[in-house]
Design a protein around this ligand. Structure first.
Ligand SMILES: [Zn+2]
Length: 230
């Protein structure tokens, strides 16, 4: 997988704190030539307006309608983003049966002290309950796993079958560089071990739907196209 695909697997809609309904995101992605678009609204977190379990089936049905409508043009995928800060999200009470119906699940703030996110070891009890592909959203790998070497980080993720997202959005930068650029040595070691995703985290600006070029340049330079999730 990877060669020829143009993916964005991190977008927010009016089901959480995004400005546009899912169809506007999908339509724009199709126009811009993306091959895969994932809708990943915030789920059951008090951090921001988020999708509630009571609206989950409406959300999933809406995305499935779009999948059918755009079949042959663009692949529409259903995901959510889960905040692993236990003060904001009741992680043990998540509806795991619902999450198992998605195409993938993103976790934000794993091992992230600045955001009081749960440690990877704490998260293991949840990972075992979800059977669909899961990955770390916009992880500042160099900072969140600062005590670990590149190979150790790759092993930690691959042993849990977690993918890592390259997030292109402005908040996920330090010193003028994206988190993924800062972690180049770590990500280079993911080859053949840890799958990669690309996400733009669009909330309010439609042009961000296809803001993936820089991440693709990075992936091609590191020869990691075959390691993309799609
Ligand atoms: Zn997000």
């Amino acid at each position: 997988m990877g060669k020829g695909s143009v993916i964005n697997l991190h977008t927010h809609t009016t089901f959480s704190d995004g400005l546009f309904p899912p169809e506007a995101i999908v339509e724009r992605a199709a126009k811009d030539g993306l091959t895969h678009i994932g809708i990943t609204d915030h789920f059951e977190t008090s951090k921001v307006a988020s999708l509630k379990a009571g609206d989950f089936w409406t959300y999933l049905r809406r995305i499935e309608e779009l999948r059918r409508k755009y079949e042959g043009t663009i692949e529409v995928l259903a995901g959510v983003e889960i905040d692993v800060n236990p003060e904001r999200c009741a992680l043990d009470r998540l509806p795991f049966d619902m999450l198992g119906e998605l195409d993938f699940v993103l976790f934000e703030y794993v091992n992230d002290e600045a955001n009081d996110g749960d440690d990877m070891e704490d998260l293991d009890r949840i990972l075992s309950k979800i059977s669909v592909p899961m990955g770390l959203a916009h992880s500042d790998l160099k900072s969140c796993f600062a005590g670990m070497g590149a190979a150790e980080i790759a092993d930690m993720l691959s042993s849990r079958d977690l993918f890592a997202e390259l997030n292109t959005a402005l908040p996920y930068r330090r010193d003028g560089m994206t988190f993924y650029e800062l972690a180049e040595d770590v990500i280079r070691g993911f080859k053949g071990k840890v799958k990669l995703s690309i996400g733009t985290d669009i909330h309010r600006r439609l042009l961000e739907v296809s803001n993936v070029e820089a991440a693709y340049r990075f992936i091609r330079r590191l020869d990691l196209e075959d390691d993309l999730l799609f």
